[in-house]
Design a protein around this ligand. Structure first.
Ligand code: PHE
Ligand code: CA
Ligand code: ZN
Ligand code: ZN
Ligand code: ZN
Length: 277
Protein backbone atom coordinates (compact mmCIF):
# COMPACT_ATOMS: atom_id res chain seq x y z
CA UNK A 1 0.00 0.00 0.00
CA UNK A 2 1.15 3.55 -0.60
CA UNK A 3 2.12 5.86 2.23
CA UNK A 4 -0.65 8.40 2.75
CA UNK A 5 0.77 11.92 2.87
CA UNK A 6 -0.28 13.34 6.21
CA UNK A 7 0.02 16.87 4.77
CA UNK A 8 -2.87 16.04 2.43
CA UNK A 9 -4.93 14.74 5.36
CA UNK A 10 -4.19 17.93 7.32
CA UNK A 11 -5.22 20.02 4.29
CA UNK A 12 -8.57 18.18 4.20
CA UNK A 13 -9.01 18.99 7.89
CA UNK A 14 -8.31 22.69 7.21
CA UNK A 15 -10.95 22.63 4.50
CA UNK A 16 -13.51 21.01 6.79
CA UNK A 17 -12.71 23.64 9.41
CA UNK A 18 -13.35 26.35 6.79
CA UNK A 19 -16.64 24.68 5.88
CA UNK A 20 -17.67 24.82 9.56
CA UNK A 21 -16.61 28.46 9.92
CA UNK A 22 -18.60 29.45 6.85
CA UNK A 23 -21.69 27.66 8.25
CA UNK A 24 -22.18 28.77 11.84
CA UNK A 25 -19.27 26.84 13.37
CA UNK A 26 -20.35 23.23 12.94
CA UNK A 27 -20.97 20.45 10.43
CA UNK A 28 -23.89 18.84 12.25
CA UNK A 29 -26.78 16.80 10.88
CA UNK A 30 -29.57 19.10 9.72
CA UNK A 31 -27.26 22.11 9.54
CA UNK A 32 -25.85 23.61 6.32
CA UNK A 33 -22.26 22.72 7.29
CA UNK A 34 -23.06 19.03 6.93
CA UNK A 35 -24.25 19.19 3.35
CA UNK A 36 -21.37 21.55 2.48
CA UNK A 37 -18.91 18.98 3.91
CA UNK A 38 -20.48 16.26 1.79
CA UNK A 39 -20.44 18.36 -1.39
CA UNK A 40 -16.77 19.17 -0.79
CA UNK A 41 -15.79 15.49 -0.59
CA UNK A 42 -18.07 14.44 -3.43
CA UNK A 43 -16.44 16.87 -5.82
CA UNK A 44 -12.97 15.46 -5.07
CA UNK A 45 -14.16 11.85 -5.48
CA UNK A 46 -15.98 12.60 -8.74
CA UNK A 47 -12.88 14.30 -10.14
CA UNK A 48 -10.79 11.22 -9.22
CA UNK A 49 -13.09 8.87 -11.16
CA UNK A 50 -15.33 7.43 -8.44
CA UNK A 51 -18.98 6.69 -9.04
CA UNK A 52 -20.67 8.62 -6.25
CA UNK A 53 -24.18 8.35 -4.84
CA UNK A 54 -25.88 10.55 -2.27
CA UNK A 55 -28.37 8.57 -0.19
CA UNK A 56 -31.02 10.56 1.67
CA UNK A 57 -32.79 9.74 4.91
CA UNK A 58 -34.71 11.57 7.60
CA UNK A 59 -33.70 11.91 11.22
CA UNK A 60 -35.25 14.19 13.83
CA UNK A 61 -37.28 15.96 11.17
CA UNK A 62 -34.20 16.90 9.08
CA UNK A 63 -32.91 15.37 5.87
CA UNK A 64 -29.63 13.51 6.28
CA UNK A 65 -27.24 12.32 3.62
CA UNK A 66 -24.75 9.48 3.16
CA UNK A 67 -22.07 9.74 0.49
CA UNK A 68 -21.16 6.44 -1.18
CA UNK A 69 -18.22 6.19 -3.60
CA UNK A 70 -17.66 3.08 -5.69
CA UNK A 71 -14.34 2.46 -7.43
CA UNK A 72 -15.14 1.31 -10.97
CA UNK A 73 -12.10 -0.96 -11.46
CA UNK A 74 -11.41 -4.37 -9.99
CA UNK A 75 -13.72 -7.19 -8.95
CA UNK A 76 -17.50 -6.86 -8.97
CA UNK A 77 -18.45 -9.46 -6.36
CA UNK A 78 -16.97 -9.52 -2.88
CA UNK A 79 -16.71 -5.97 -1.58
CA UNK A 80 -14.46 -4.28 0.93
CA UNK A 81 -16.18 -1.25 2.36
CA UNK A 82 -14.47 1.53 4.30
CA UNK A 83 -16.28 4.37 6.03
CA UNK A 84 -16.32 7.25 8.48
CA UNK A 85 -19.02 9.56 9.80
CA UNK A 86 -18.83 13.02 8.32
CA UNK A 87 -21.19 14.83 10.70
CA UNK A 88 -20.04 16.75 13.77
CA UNK A 89 -21.95 17.59 16.93
CA UNK A 90 -23.49 21.08 17.06
CA UNK A 91 -20.98 22.41 19.58
CA UNK A 92 -18.02 22.62 17.21
CA UNK A 93 -16.34 21.91 13.87
CA UNK A 94 -15.66 18.22 14.63
CA UNK A 95 -12.13 18.01 13.33
CA UNK A 96 -10.89 15.01 15.33
CA UNK A 97 -14.50 13.70 15.63
CA UNK A 98 -14.71 12.94 12.79
CA UNK A 99 -12.93 15.08 10.25
CA UNK A 100 -9.93 12.85 10.99
CA UNK A 101 -11.53 9.55 9.97
CA UNK A 102 -13.32 11.22 7.06
CA UNK A 103 -10.05 12.69 5.73
CA UNK A 104 -8.05 9.49 6.26
CA UNK A 105 -10.65 7.51 4.32
CA UNK A 106 -10.82 10.22 1.62
CA UNK A 107 -7.04 10.23 1.08
CA UNK A 108 -7.04 6.42 0.93
CA UNK A 109 -9.76 6.53 -1.74
CA UNK A 110 -7.79 9.15 -3.68
CA UNK A 111 -4.69 6.92 -3.38
CA UNK A 112 -6.68 4.04 -4.91
CA UNK A 113 -7.48 6.30 -7.86
CA UNK A 114 -3.92 7.57 -8.15
CA UNK A 115 -2.62 3.96 -8.22
CA UNK A 116 -5.33 3.09 -10.75
CA UNK A 117 -5.84 0.02 -8.58
CA UNK A 118 -7.51 -3.07 -10.01
CA UNK A 119 -8.08 -5.15 -6.89
CA UNK A 120 -9.61 -8.64 -6.79
CA UNK A 121 -12.45 -7.27 -4.72
CA UNK A 122 -14.76 -4.34 -5.24
CA UNK A 123 -13.92 -1.21 -3.27
CA UNK A 124 -16.61 1.04 -1.81
CA UNK A 125 -16.10 4.02 0.45
CA UNK A 126 -18.75 5.76 2.54
CA UNK A 127 -19.18 8.92 4.60
CA UNK A 128 -22.12 8.68 6.97
CA UNK A 129 -24.59 11.31 8.09
CA UNK A 130 -26.20 11.59 11.52
CA UNK A 131 -23.81 9.27 13.39
CA UNK A 132 -24.14 11.61 16.33
CA UNK A 133 -27.91 11.02 16.35
CA UNK A 134 -27.32 7.30 16.97
CA UNK A 135 -25.63 5.95 13.82
CA UNK A 136 -28.70 6.86 11.81
CA UNK A 137 -27.06 7.20 8.37
CA UNK A 138 -25.15 3.92 8.46
CA UNK A 139 -28.18 2.17 9.93
CA UNK A 140 -30.30 3.50 7.08
CA UNK A 141 -27.75 2.31 4.53
CA UNK A 142 -27.58 -1.20 5.97
CA UNK A 143 -31.38 -1.41 6.10
CA UNK A 144 -31.58 -0.30 2.46
CA UNK A 145 -29.51 -3.25 1.20
CA UNK A 146 -31.02 -6.51 0.02
CA UNK A 147 -29.82 -9.71 1.65
CA UNK A 148 -27.81 -10.33 -1.50
CA UNK A 149 -26.09 -6.94 -1.49
CA UNK A 150 -25.36 -7.25 2.22
CA UNK A 151 -23.88 -10.71 1.67
CA UNK A 152 -21.36 -9.29 -0.82
CA UNK A 153 -19.75 -7.11 1.85
CA UNK A 154 -16.70 -9.09 2.98
CA UNK A 155 -15.72 -6.52 5.57
CA UNK A 156 -16.64 -3.04 6.74
CA UNK A 157 -13.78 -0.94 8.13
CA UNK A 158 -14.69 2.07 10.30
CA UNK A 159 -12.60 5.08 11.30
CA UNK A 160 -13.94 7.47 13.94
CA UNK A 161 -11.37 9.71 15.70
CA UNK A 162 -7.88 8.85 14.45
CA UNK A 163 -5.96 12.00 15.42
CA UNK A 164 -6.64 12.40 19.14
CA UNK A 165 -4.22 14.92 20.72
CA UNK A 166 -3.30 12.61 23.65
CA UNK A 167 -3.49 9.60 21.37
CA UNK A 168 -3.97 5.96 22.20
CA UNK A 169 -3.57 3.28 19.54
CA UNK A 170 -6.61 1.04 19.56
CA UNK A 171 -7.76 -1.65 17.15
CA UNK A 172 -11.34 -2.92 17.10
CA UNK A 173 -11.40 -6.48 18.36
CA UNK A 174 -14.65 -7.52 16.66
CA UNK A 175 -13.06 -9.92 14.15
CA UNK A 176 -9.71 -11.63 14.79
CA UNK A 177 -8.66 -11.83 11.11
CA UNK A 178 -9.31 -8.16 10.37
CA UNK A 179 -7.89 -7.21 13.75
CA UNK A 180 -4.56 -8.87 12.94
CA UNK A 181 -4.32 -7.08 9.58
CA UNK A 182 -4.06 -3.94 11.71
CA UNK A 183 -2.16 -5.22 14.74
CA UNK A 184 0.57 -6.91 12.64
CA UNK A 185 1.06 -3.70 10.69
CA UNK A 186 1.25 -1.53 13.81
CA UNK A 187 3.65 -4.01 15.46
CA UNK A 188 5.95 -3.78 12.43
CA UNK A 189 5.96 0.00 12.97
CA UNK A 190 6.92 -0.53 16.63
CA UNK A 191 3.49 0.47 17.97
CA UNK A 192 1.90 -1.82 20.56
CA UNK A 193 -1.87 -1.46 20.10
CA UNK A 194 -4.63 -2.36 22.51
CA UNK A 195 -8.07 -3.78 21.75
CA UNK A 196 -10.56 -0.96 21.61
CA UNK A 197 -13.04 -1.11 24.50
CA UNK A 198 -14.41 2.43 24.17
CA UNK A 199 -15.67 1.72 20.64
CA UNK A 200 -17.86 -1.30 21.29
CA UNK A 201 -21.23 -0.61 19.70
CA UNK A 202 -20.52 3.13 19.59
CA UNK A 203 -19.81 3.99 15.97
CA UNK A 204 -21.04 3.11 12.49
CA UNK A 205 -19.45 -0.36 12.41
CA UNK A 206 -22.18 -1.35 14.89
CA UNK A 207 -24.79 -0.92 12.12
CA UNK A 208 -22.92 -3.46 10.00
CA UNK A 209 -22.12 -5.83 12.84
CA UNK A 210 -25.79 -5.92 13.77
CA UNK A 211 -26.51 -7.12 10.20
CA UNK A 212 -23.89 -9.88 10.44
CA UNK A 213 -21.08 -8.17 8.49
CA UNK A 214 -17.43 -8.64 9.55
CA UNK A 215 -16.12 -5.34 10.92
CA UNK A 216 -12.87 -3.73 11.99
CA UNK A 217 -11.18 -0.37 12.44
CA UNK A 218 -8.82 1.76 14.48
CA UNK A 219 -9.28 4.54 17.01
CA UNK A 220 -7.08 6.94 18.99
CA UNK A 221 -9.45 7.53 21.92
CA UNK A 222 -12.28 9.87 22.93
CA UNK A 223 -13.21 11.17 26.37
CA UNK A 224 -11.70 8.40 28.53
CA UNK A 225 -8.39 9.00 30.31
CA UNK A 226 -5.00 7.61 29.33
CA UNK A 227 -3.53 5.32 31.98
CA UNK A 228 0.04 5.50 33.32
CA UNK A 229 0.91 2.24 31.52
CA UNK A 230 -0.44 3.65 28.25
CA UNK A 231 1.50 6.90 28.64
CA UNK A 232 4.65 4.85 29.29
CA UNK A 233 4.30 2.95 26.01
CA UNK A 234 2.67 5.58 23.78
CA UNK A 235 3.84 8.88 25.25
CA UNK A 236 1.39 11.64 26.09
CA UNK A 237 -0.15 12.49 29.45
CA UNK A 238 -1.43 9.93 31.96
CA UNK A 239 -4.65 10.83 33.75
CA UNK A 240 -5.80 13.14 30.94
CA UNK A 241 -8.43 12.32 28.28
CA UNK A 242 -7.26 11.07 24.90
CA UNK A 243 -9.24 13.99 23.52
CA UNK A 244 -10.03 16.73 26.03
CA UNK A 245 -11.97 18.60 23.30
CA UNK A 246 -14.24 15.64 22.55
CA UNK A 247 -17.67 17.02 21.50
CA UNK A 248 -16.53 20.57 22.34
CA UNK A 249 -16.04 23.80 20.45
CA UNK A 250 -12.24 23.33 20.73
CA UNK A 251 -12.31 20.23 18.47
CA UNK A 252 -10.65 22.25 15.72
CA UNK A 253 -7.51 21.87 13.57
CA UNK A 254 -5.32 22.41 16.65
CA UNK A 255 -6.92 19.35 18.29
CA UNK A 256 -4.90 16.82 16.29
CA UNK A 257 -1.79 14.74 16.97
CA UNK A 258 -0.19 14.67 13.54
CA UNK A 259 1.86 11.53 14.26
CA UNK A 260 -1.26 9.60 15.23
CA UNK A 261 -3.15 10.97 12.23
CA UNK A 262 -0.31 9.92 9.91
CA UNK A 263 0.02 6.44 11.42
CA UNK A 264 -3.69 5.66 11.38
CA UNK A 265 -4.17 7.08 7.87
CA UNK A 266 -1.41 4.79 6.62
CA UNK A 267 -3.11 1.92 8.47
CA UNK A 268 -6.34 2.55 6.53
CA UNK A 269 -4.50 2.27 3.21
CA UNK A 270 -2.68 -0.86 4.38
CA UNK A 271 -5.93 -2.58 5.34
CA UNK A 272 -7.75 -1.55 2.14
CA UNK A 273 -4.92 -2.83 -0.04
CA UNK A 274 -4.46 -6.03 1.96
CA UNK A 275 -8.10 -7.00 2.28
CA UNK A 276 -9.01 -6.25 -1.36
CA UNK A 277 -6.06 -7.91 -3.12
N1 PHE B 1 -18.91 7.42 18.05
C1 PHE B 1 -18.59 8.31 19.14
C2 PHE B 1 -18.73 9.71 18.63
O1 PHE B 1 -18.68 9.96 17.46
C3 PHE B 1 -17.20 8.17 19.71
C4 PHE B 1 -16.53 6.95 19.32
C5 PHE B 1 -15.57 6.98 18.37
C6 PHE B 1 -16.90 5.79 19.87
C7 PHE B 1 -14.98 5.84 17.94
C8 PHE B 1 -16.33 4.64 19.47
C9 PHE B 1 -15.38 4.67 18.47
O2 PHE B 1 -18.90 10.60 19.38
CA1 CA C 1 1.89 8.59 5.94
ZN1 ZN D 1 -18.93 12.19 18.33
ZN1 ZN E 1 -17.39 10.07 16.13
ZN1 ZN F 1 4.49 10.26 7.30
Amino acid sequence: APDIDVAAVQQDLKELQSVAEANGGNRAHGRPGYRASLDHLKQKLDAAGFTTTVQEFTSGGSTGYNLIADWPKGGTGATVMTGAHLDSVRSGPGINDNGSGSAGVLETALAVAKADLEPKKHLRFAWWGAEEQGMVGSGHYVDSLSKDELGKIDAYLNFDMIGSPNAGHFVYDDDPAVESVFTDWFRAKGVRTEPSEETNGRSDHASFKRAGVTVGGTFTGAGARKTRAQADKWGGTAGEPYDACYHSSCDDTSNIDEKALDLHSDAIAHAVWTLSS
